[in-house]
Design a protein around this ligand. Structure first.
Ligand code: SF4
Ligand code: SF4
Length: 79
């Protein structure tokens, strides 16, 4: 398999993502600690939406399960 072959990775819908709703007290995205592979991070700090380093995402769904606002979905590319 080449790197261009089928891959699944998580993607954040920033229209849905609202950290003030899902983490109003501390501003820590619950999906970040849910990712055992540590590829979703709040690079801009607390109360900011996280980003996913999709190249390293394992497509395990743990962050999707952890997001209470259904703001993370799975994207599939390739054949
Ligand atoms: S849990 Fe979901 S809605 Fe909340 S900050 Fe993380 S991605 Fe956004
Ligand atoms: S799908 Fe899994 S590996 Fe990818 S960002 Fe979510 S928890 Fe991390």
């Amino acid at each position: 398999m080449s790197l261009q072959s089928k891959k699944s990775f998580a993607a954040i819908d920033y229209q849905r993502c609202d950290i003030k709703t899902c983490a109003p007290e501390k501003g820590l995205c619950p999906a970040v600690p849910a990712c055992a592979h540590k590829v979703i991070k709040q690079l801009d700090g607390v109360f900011e939406s996280p980003i996913i380093f999709q190249d390293m995402c394992m497509g395990c769904w743990d962050c999707i399960d952890a997001c209470p606002l259904d703001a993370i979905g799975m994207t599939h590319i390739g054949a």
